[in-house]
Design a protein around this ligand. Structure first.
Ligand SMILES: Cc1ncc(COP(=O)(O)O)c(C=O)c1O
Length: 430
C-alpha cells in the first residue's frame, strides 16, 4: 500500500524523463498519500477528501459530465505537460533531441510496463494503441486455408474486421459464438468456447473485459483448455490493463494487447503488445523488420518516424496509477458504478443491468438496458438536456447505455446521471 513517501517518490521516479509537475498539481497529489494511509481500498473508495486530490490532478471541462472514459480518457495534467515539454524539445532539433535523446528512453517505459504487467522486459513492445497490438497478433501468424479462428460476436468490431480480411484474402474460417448477458457463470462462457472448438481450430481471440458490457472473461480457464490442444489464445485487453488488478501469470497467456489511453490515463496514441519470448519467432510484425530481429520484441515497434513524447509520457501515467494503487482504483470504480446502477435497478422492473454487478467479474464499465427506451435516443436526450456523455450500445442480441466513469468522476456527476435516468424511465425521452 503506497504511503506518502512512496506516493511522491514513485511520481518523481517516473522513468528516465523527470516530469514537469506544476506546483499545484504536485501538491494536490502529494496530499492524497497521507489521507489514504493504511486504510483498505473499500474504505477509501468513499473518501471524497482522497478522491478530491486525485480529481485535482486533471484539468477538465466540468460543464460536461464525461461518462465515456472507455472510449479514451483524459490524461492527468502533469502527464500531458511532460508530453508537451518533450514535443517542444523534439521540435528544436528532431533528429537529435527526438531520436538521440528521447527515443532511447523508451527502454525505461518498456521496463516499467513489463514490471507492472508481470512479464520480462524482453516480452514488452510499445504500440500506439490496442488496435495495432491486436492486429499484430491477427496478421502475424502463418495460417492456411480452412484454419479456424474462434471468437465471440462481442469481440471488438475492428478486430473482427481484421479477421474478416484474412477470411476474404486467405480462406480462413471465422467462427463467432454468442454469450448471454449477463452469463449464468464463468464456466458457462468456457463451455461455449470449448463446444465450438474443432480439430481445425488454430486460434481463440478473447476480450479480457468486453467493451460492450464490461464482462470480465475467464481468460485463464480458456488458456488452460486451449494450450494442450495446440490452440493459440490472443487476448484483447484494450480495457483491462490498469482498470482492475491482474498480472500476466494470472492469465498465463502468450499474447496480450492493450491501449494505455483508456484506463492507464496515458496520452492518446499509446498501447502495448506482450508476446511471450518463446512465441516471438513465429509471430511476424505488422511492418517488416530485419531477420536479425526475429526474436527481438522491438521488431513490433518498427513503425517508422513517430513522436517519442507520447510513449515516454506513459511512465508518468504509470507512476500516477501506481501511486493510487490498482486495488484502490478498482474499488472506487465499482463504488461509482454501484452508486448509479443499484438505484436504477431498484427504480423499475424495466431496468436491467447487463453487467454482472454482483460479482468480481466486472469493474468500472456498466451496461444498463431500459425496456422501451431506444439507447440512441436516450444518449442524445442525456446530452441535450444534461450535457452527459454516454455510449449507446446496439448489438443484434442486446442493447443499452454504456457508462464508464473514471477516477476523476465525482459522486455528484454520477448522481446527476442517475437522476436524469430516473426522469427518462418515468417520462420517456421522446
Ligand atoms: C475491446 C477493444 N479492443 C480494441 C479496441 C481498440 O482500441 P484502440 O482504438 O485504442 O486501438 C477497443 C477500443 O475501444 C476495444 O474496446
Amino acid at each position: 500500500m503506497p504511503n506518502r513517501r512512496s506516493f511522491v517518490t514513485s511520481l518523481l521516479g517516473a522513468g528516465a524523463a523527470l516530469p514537469v509537475l506544476r506546483a499545484t498539481a504536485f501538491r494536490g497529489l502529494a496530499a492524497a498519500g497521507p489521507i489514504a494511509a493504511t486504510r483498505t481500498p473499500a474504505d477509501l473508495a468513499t473518501d471524497e477528501d482522497y478522491w478530491g486530490e486525485i480529481q485535482r490532478a486533471f484539468e477538465l471541462d466540468r460543464t460536461m459530465i464525461n461518462l465515456n472514459n472507455g472510449g479514451c480518457s483524459p490524461a492527468p495534467t502533469h502527464v500531458l505537460e511532460q508530453m508537451i515539454r518533450d514535443l517542444r524539445f523534439s521540435n528544436e532539433l528532431p533528429v537529435d533531441h527526438m531520436w538521440r535523446i528521447l527515443e532511447p528512453r523508451l527502454e525505461s517505459v518498456r521496463r516499467e510496463l513489463a514490471a507492472e504487467f508481470g512479464c520480462d522486459t524482453e516480452e514488452m513492445a510499445i504500440t500506439r494503441n490496442a488496435s495495432e497490438a491486436n492486429e499484430t497478433m491477427i496478421f502475424g501468424l502463418d495460417l492456411k486455408r480452412g484454419d479456424e479462428i474462434l471468437v465471440t460476436n462481442q469481440n471488438y468490431p475492428r478486430m473482427l474486421t481484421s479477421w474478416d480480411q484474412r477470411v476474404r484474402r486467405e480462406g480462413l474460417v471465422l467462427k463467432q459464438i454468442s454469450i448471454p448477458l449477463p452469463p449464468p457463470s464463468q464456466q458457462d462462457i468456457v463451455d461455449r468456447f470449448r463446444a465450438a472448438v474443432t480439430p481445425r481450430t488454430r486460434i481463440i481471440e478473447v476480450t479480457h473485459i468486453t467493451n460492450l458490457s464490461g464482462q470480465i472473461m475467464p481468460v485463464r480457464a480458456i488458456v488452460d483448455f486451449a494450450r494442450p490442444l495446440g490452440i493459440e489464445v490472443f487476448v484483447d485487453g484494450a480495457h483491462a490493463f490498469a482498470h482492475f488488478p491482474f498480472k500476466r501469470d494470472d492469465l498465463d497467456c502468450d499474447y496480450y494487447g492493450t491501449s494505455l489511453h483508456k484506463w492507464l490515463l496515458a496520452p492518446v496514441g499509446t498501447g502495448f503488445l506482450y508476446v511471450r519470448k518463446s512465441r516471438q519467432r513465429q509471430l511476424w510484425p505488422l511492418m517488416a523488420a530485419p531477420a536479425e530481429m526475429n526474436e527481438n520484441v522491438r521488431k513490433y515497434e518498427e513503425i517508422g518516424t513517430h513522436p517519442a513524447a507520447n510513449h515516454n509520457a506513459i511512465s508518468v501515467a504509470l507512476a500516477f496509477h501506481q501511486a493510487i494503487g490498482a486495488e484502490r482504483k478498482v474499488a472506487r470504480l465499482r463504488y461509482l458504478r454501484d452508486r448509479w446502477a443499484r438505484p436504477l435497478v431498484a427504480e423499475s422492473d424495466r431496468v436491467k443491468m447487463l453487467t454482472p454487478i454482483d460479482s468480481d467479474n466486472s469493474a468500472g464499465i456498466g451496461l444498463v438496458h431500459v425496456e422501451g427506451i431506444d439507447p440512441g435516443k436516450l444518449g442524445g436526450w442525456l446530452m441535450d438536456r444534461y450535457r452527459i456523455v454516454s455510449t449507446p450500445i446496439v448489438h443484434p442480441e442486446f442493447n443499452g447505455l454504456r457508462v464508464t466513469p473514471n477516477v476523476y468522476t465525482t459522486p455528484g456527476e454520477v448522481d446527476t446521471f442517475a437522476e436524469a435516468m430516473r426522469v427518462a424511465i418515468r417520462r420517456g425521452v421522446a
